[in-house]
Design a protein around this ligand. Structure first.
Ligand code: APR
Length: 240
């Protein structure tokens, strides 16, 4: 069954000039990065929703930084998998290609993806809570409370937390990409966090051909084709 669907998608891709791809934590699962809502999604006893908020950071910045230091350490050793690499192949083949990721792990960039929007930010970037200066820092031994080199105020991860707005330009570009490509892939996202959770239906309404790739599909009937499987197994079969 899945072979037939893979052939269908392969044929569709061969005839398409534009592809938009939305990815979530599932695409990095086979690199060993735990998803947020899977069995390994907890850190100590905390769920992401309890720590990735401005309120949690205000209450206990050290705890939130401790969680990010743990995640940075975990991610630093990981490498892109066959799914990240297949998307690089697609980008090199299809004339118009846009990748939108909710992931902050930087693995798409590490694989070589170029035309990419990291809509939730990047775990290797930090921002000053006072002067707003942004820095990129890959250190795995940050101080418990990292400080801004310009004004000595507290730094925070440059990540969009629950309750915070996506950068307006990123949102506009993402929405436009979802509406203006012929085909959309939705890979490895549970579709519970807005606004990304609406992107597939926005694309569908605009007449885009939607393909979901996920071992536990989340688009419930919206996708034109559902490839039920792991991203790193399914994507390479598309032949790019
Ligand atoms: N290949 C493809 N998909 C997979 C794989 C795999 N190997 N393994 C798991 N999945 C799917 C799961 O079935 C699930 O649908 O990946 C999805 C992971 O869902 P979440 O953990 O909820 O991750 P995501 O949708 O990216 O979360 C969105 O929530 O916590 C916030 O900001 C954080 O960006 C994150 C956002």
């Amino acid at each position: 069954m899945i072979e037939e669907q893979i052939s269908l998608v392969r044929e569709r891709l061969a005839a398409t000039k534009s592809l938009v791809v939305l990815t979530g934590a599932g695409i990095s699962a086979e690199s060993g990065v735990p998803t947020f809502r899977g069995d390994e999604g907890l850190w100590k006893t905390y769920r992401a929703e309890e720590l990735a908020t401005p309120q949690a950071f205000q209450r206990d910045p050290q705890l939130v930084w401790e969680w990010y230091q743990w995640r940075r350490g975990l991610i630093a050793a990981k490498v892109p998998n066959a799914a990240h690499e297949a998307l690089v192949g697609l980008e090199q083949t299809i004339i118009q290609f846009q990748l939108i990721t909710q992931n902050v792990d930087g693995l798409h960039a590490k694989a070589g993806s170029r035309n990419m929007l990291e809509m939730h930010g990047n775990i290797w970037k930090m921002r000053c809570t006072h002067c707003g200066v942004k820095t990129e820092d890959h250190s795995l031994s940050l101080p418990a409370l990292p400080k801004c080199s310009e004004c000595d105020s507290l730094l925070r991860p440059d990540i969009v937390w629950f309750g915070e707005a996506i950068d307006g330009k990123h949102l506009e570009q993402s929405l436009s990409a979802c509406q203006n490509h012929e085909v959309m892939f939705v890979i490895g996202t549970s579709g519970v966090v807005q606004p990304a959770a609406s992107f597939a239906s926005i694309a569908k309404e605009a007449g885009v051909f939607v393909v979901e790739i996920n071992p536990a599909p989340s688009l419930s009937g919206l996708a034109d084709v559902t490839l039920s499987g792991k991203a790193a197994e399914v994507l390479p079969q598309l032949g790019f």
